[in-house]
Structures are given as structure tokens and as C-alpha cells.
Design a binder for this molecule. Sequence first.
Ligand code: ATP
Ligand code: MG
Length: 186
Amino acid sequence: MRLFIAIELNDEIKAALRKAQGALSAFDRAVRWVTSDQMHLTLKFLGEVPDARVEEVTAAAGRVAQASSLFEMVVGGCGCFPANGRVRVVWVGLNEPSGTLAACNDLCEARYAEIGFDRERRTFSPHLTLGRVRDDRTGGKLREAVEGTRFEPLRQTVESMCVVQSTLTPHGARYAIIARHALTVA
Ligand code: ATP
Ligand code: MG
């Protein structure tokens, strides 16, 4: 099954993300917006995992969680990937002053590399995907609108991380949480 490691978002943040999508509704035809139940923060994408290895993968996430402290993140600020040219992904960024999220991502990379998963080559740039664009023909208008969208900063205390199964369908990905591991209280 297709798996990734993620952090769930609270309802207040999801509502704010929907509001940001609403503010960009002029681009509804260009962008495939993610639905509320798809909103998340990806820590590590694992890809296809044989059924026989799911338990091992889940246990590894448990060890990462145990070695990570709970932390606070501040969500806010809209942007696009890539940084220039045609937009592929519209996102909301986040700050995480404690550095715990980055440390948690490092731990994931190390643990999963140990058990044979590819390390991510790109540097970790934590973001919440708002929407995806197949073919941006807006001539820069979408980027301009995204970069001009206000998003009042919101806080969330992150207390757990999840192993998520993703099923790709013609209507987008369906996610199901198969394990949730508590982070450690410092
Ligand atoms: P779709 O692929 O239909 O657009 P999706 O991207 O939401 O849907 P998945 O492709 O299963 O669903 O991805 C699950 C999560 O992992 C998403 O947050 C996605 O951005 C991230 N992800 C997917 N592929 C990679 C990859 N190769 N490297 C890093 N992150 C990835
Ligand atoms: Mg994808």
C-alpha cells in the first residue's frame, strides 16, 4: 500500500485553509483544491510498501515519535512551488521556532533509510498544500493572487504523528490513518 508519515491539522487551521482557498476562487478552474479531509503536513513520503512490511514501517514511526518532543507550529503565509514560473502547488507555510519538526523529519529520514527507504533528496520545506495545478496558463495571475493572499498566523501544538495510507482515485487521493503515535512530553 501507498504510505506516508504526516501530521494532522486542527479544525481551526483547516477552516482557515478553506478560507484561503475561497479567497482564490477566481482560479477554481486552474487549481485542484485539496478537501478538508486531505489537508495535512507531510513529514516523509514512503510510497508503495508491501503489506508484509507495514508493521515494521509503523513501528519505525513509533520510535521516531518517542524520540521527538511535542512542539508548537505557527501556520501562515501563502506561496507557490516552484518559486518562479508556472505554479504547480499552492501552499500555506509554517514556522516552527523550536526546530523540533525539522529534527523529527531528520529522524524519519534516518530511520527509514536504515530500513531501506530512499532518502528525500530535496531539503525539507514544510508546507500545507492548498491545491495543485496541472497546467498553469494564468500568465502569472495565479502566482500574484496567491502571494497577495493574507493568512493570519495560527498556532497548533503538535502532539502526534500518523502513518497514512493513500489510495489514488480518479477523484483524487483518499487518505486513511492506519496508526497514530504520540510525541513525547518533555
Ligand atoms: P495526488 O497524487 O492524486 O495529487 P496526493 O499527492 O495528495 O494526491 P499522494 O501522492 O499519495 O497523494 O501523496 C501523499 C503525500 O505525500 C502528499 O502530501 C504529497 O504531497 C506527498 N508526496 C507524494 N509524493 C511525494 C514524493 N515523491 N516526495 C515527497 N512527497 C511526496
Ligand atoms: Mg501525489
